[in-house]
Design a protein around this ligand. Structure first.
Ligand code: AMP
Length: 459
């Protein structure tokens, strides 16, 4: 199940009538990547119009509001932001007027060097409206001495090291760029006579677009009316695709980094069984995100797969409870055991990951209350011992349970009969990793020096 903060989705549409309507569909399909705020900017050749607000895609847009976003080009964004922030100011796309005209930007990722870049800009007289790292880009584009927007964007990206899938919309063009390490996904599709770009391919499926290929790490694709899209390879670095997209973050029906998310999750479950065979009466997923992993585990083991925990889909993900007693009820509100099924039974509970341990602990307690005889927790990823600086929201390292405790101590804390995590080797094998994935949350191998890190507001 999903408990913590999630990061963003971006979508772009070019050369399609009523582009904002299509962008809206894309955002709808990618709601799982961010539920706090959403926005769309559309360009009709003469101007850029933007709508953005707090809340879910289904609440923010109406037929009437979308009709105020005319044009054949649009970009959109779904955002998760940390509780308590003024998230309407921090909603994207960010819009600005500058020497060459108008620009809107949508960003998924993180710039670990953002604070230093911002400090320098402020020293030089820049004024900031938002707490977003992404706002640095607007200033760098505005200050660049290059004559064309394309060159200004490349100039800007050369100064902003980090993880990004970025969309830039001008009044007449759209630019889609993926960082040189390829941390975050970004794919390209054909839609009628035009194109669609999205964080995940599930956006294409809803809009009826046909997947062409991933935008490559270090590639920027430029869309301009009456021309075929052009591609610029602007930088080369060792590839570090985010493994956590496959484990948890992406939708299972997406095709991501050249692989089916669903197939990889099942493989994680299969390997988990291979590594740790368990005698039990049934295999139960923690819904919804762990269902494919648990299917993989159950099919490999031959044990019955049962939906022994039911999720209430009407409990908001970003619901912030003011009282501790109510917070304690949070998991209980969201998940409930099917008592008749599990009472007196030996259960294998499969979850995709353990972060703080809060969810697993409460699940074990709910299952015990419901009469489970044995509870064996099986986690389809390794222990998360380090925080992510590249776009997945994780708490401080000191809050990560696997940083503080050994596996046996965690088992004791959860009050489970047994607890096993997948090995890093098995994870690599499932993802067919050839050294081209970022595993930093599991192995602490960062490409930058975390001592100089300044991740504040990931987009
Ligand atoms: P925790 O209760 O802190 O151990 O969180 C673990 C649960 O949250 C797992 O069931 C995961 O499905 C989910 N999860 C893991 N990572 C994240 C993340 N970055 N954002 C939101 N949910 C997450």
């Amino acid at each position: 199940m999903r408990e913590l903060n999630e990061k963003c989705a971006v979508v772009g549409v070019f050369g399609v009538d009523k582009a904002a309507l299509i962008a809206h569909l894309g955002l709808y399909a990618m709601q799982h990547r961010g539920q706090e705020a959403t926005g769309i900017s559309a360009a009709n050749g003469a101007r850029i119009a933007t709508i953005k607000d707090r809340g879910l895609v289904s609440r923010v847009y109406t037929d009437e509001s979308l009709s105020k976003l005319p044009g054949c080009a649009a970009i959109g964004h779904n955002r998760y932001s940390t509780a308590g922030e003024d998230s309407i100011l921090d909603a994207q796309p960010i819009f600005a007027r500058y020497a060459l005209g108008e620009i809107a930007i949508a960003h998924n990722g993180n710039f670990p060097n953002a604070r230093a870049v911002r400090a320098k800009l402020i020293e030089d007289g820049a004024i900031f409206n938002t707490s977003l790292d992404t706002e640095n880009l607007v200033h760098l584009i505005a200050k660049s001495h290059e004559n064309k927007l394309q060159e200004r964007i490349l100039d800007t990206l050369s100064q902003c090291d980090g993880s990004y899938s970025l969309l830039f919309l001008s009044r007449t063009k759209l630019f889609a760029a993926r960082d040189p390490r390829g941390f975050r996904p970004l794919s390209l599709a054909k839609l009628g006579d035009g194109y669609m770009i999205a964080s995940e391919t599930c956006a294409f499926d809803l809009a009826g677009a046909k997947f062409i290929r991933d935008i490559e790490p270090g590639e920027m694709v430029i869309f301009e009316e009456g021309k075929e899209p052009r591609s610029v390879n602007f930088a080369k670095e060792p590839i570090r695709k985010c493994i956590f997209e496959h484990i948890y973050f992406a939708r299972p029906d997406s095709f991501l980094f050249g692989e089916s998310v669903y197939a990889i999750r099942k493989e994680l479950g299969r390997l988990l069984w291979e590594e740790c065979k368990t005698n039990a009466d049934m295999v139960i997923p923690v819904p919804d995100s762990s269902i494919p992993h648990a299917i993989g585990y159950a099919q490999a083991s031959g044990l019955p797969f049962e939906l022994g925990i039911i999720r209430n889909h009407y409990v908001g993900r970003t619901f912030i409870e003011p009282l501790q007693e109510i917070r304690d009820l949070k998991v209980k509100k969201k998940l409930s055991p099917v008592k008749e099924l599990i009472c007196g039974k030996r259960l294998v509970i499969v979850d995709d990951s353990i972060v703080r341990g809060t969810t697993s602990r409460q699940i074990v307690s709910l299952l015990r209350e419901a009469g489970a005889k044995e509870i064996h927790m099986r986690i389809a990823s390794p222990t998360i011992t380090h925080c992510c600086f590249y776009g997945i929201d994780t708490p401080q390292q000191s809050e990560l349970i696997s940083h503080k405790m050994s596996v046996d101590q965690i088992r004791e804390y959860l009050k489970a009969d047994s607890l096993r995590f997948l090995s890093i080797d098995a994870l690599r094998k499932a993802a067919r990793c050839k050294g081209d994935f970022c595993l930093s949350c599991f192995d602490g191998e960062y490409y930058h020096d975390p001592a100089n890190n300044s991740v504040s507001n990931a987009a």
